[in-house]
Design a protein around this ligand. Sequence first.
Ligand code: ZN
Length: 366
Amino acid sequence: MFIHSFVINKKIFILTLLITLFIIILSSCLLYFSFSHNEENDDSNSESSDSSQDNSDDYIKWVDFNVTCEAMKLTSELDIKSHNNSEDVVFNWIELLAYLACKNGGDFKNFSPSDLDKLVSELKSGKSMEELTSSMKYYSYYLEAYSAVLGGFIGNYSIEVSNNSVNSSASDTTYFENRYGLKAFLPIAKNYSFSHYDDFGNSRSYGFKRVHLGNDLMGSIGTPIIAVESGTVEHLGWNQYGGWRIGIRSLDGKRYYYYAHLRKNHPYVPNLEEGSMVSAGDVIGYLGMTGYSVKENVNNINVPHLHFGMQLIFDESQVDSPNEIWINLYEIVEFLKQNRSEVVLSNPETRDYSRKIKFQDSINFE
Ligand SMILES: [Zn+2]
């Protein structure tokens, strides 16, 4: 009798153990699945990276980008002015921002313009950035992180200029002028209104519980959408979260721009496909309200808007993984309001728009 009940107890014990194990495995699978699918960013059809063979684990895993529009404006003006006036000390705005991040503990809520003034006068007095940052433990981290975010925003480019602006008697000819300055554009075309607020991290419920990994720009259906930066179209087509969407990788490979919920029936400009190159300021598509549907070309978004996202990629293994890094773009959108691309109706039959002023990006990569 005693032996019999012992056997039963042992059976119950093993059964309980198996059930517990099963529950643990199931819940960890569910947890992994929910983390691996981000809001509106379900680009699971993309080819996965092969750099996972690379064993080096020495890359940035997380970035909390909270640099304010004010700090970006002040530092970019110093950078651009010092380049264009060939000043003795030429500033690099990303270096200035990385230094300021160390000063304010990575939180630009604590940013004080007087810290920037002090830094500028130290640099002007002949001190080098290396000297000034030698004891700053996180300087190289911020420099690399902010370079990934802002690396393509300021630099050399050529822009079409009319001779008429120089000499009113000249015929209507144009030429290209080389410039150095801000060459990233707002994603909403010039003369089209939009509104937005800081909605990064808000909760979303379509499909599964998750957070909002971008900035929604509310506007009218059909508003031309502009490529913020030059790059290669990596994804184009339907996904159930973003609807008609475009994913563009910057030419240095560090940034993946995500434009979603484009217009039903006519989401993109003609001839745009995966692999296409686009220039900063090009029209790429039109604002709409598609998405939240497994079925293609369905308007399931309540308010017409552009979902604008930026993913940072320090290592290809971060693409389509639970470790994707999406950053808050609210302040960047505010900063880019100063550079908007003007558009013209280039094809009245198809109602397609294109950029008004021609532009050539000059990109230098090591
Ligand atoms: Zn969104």
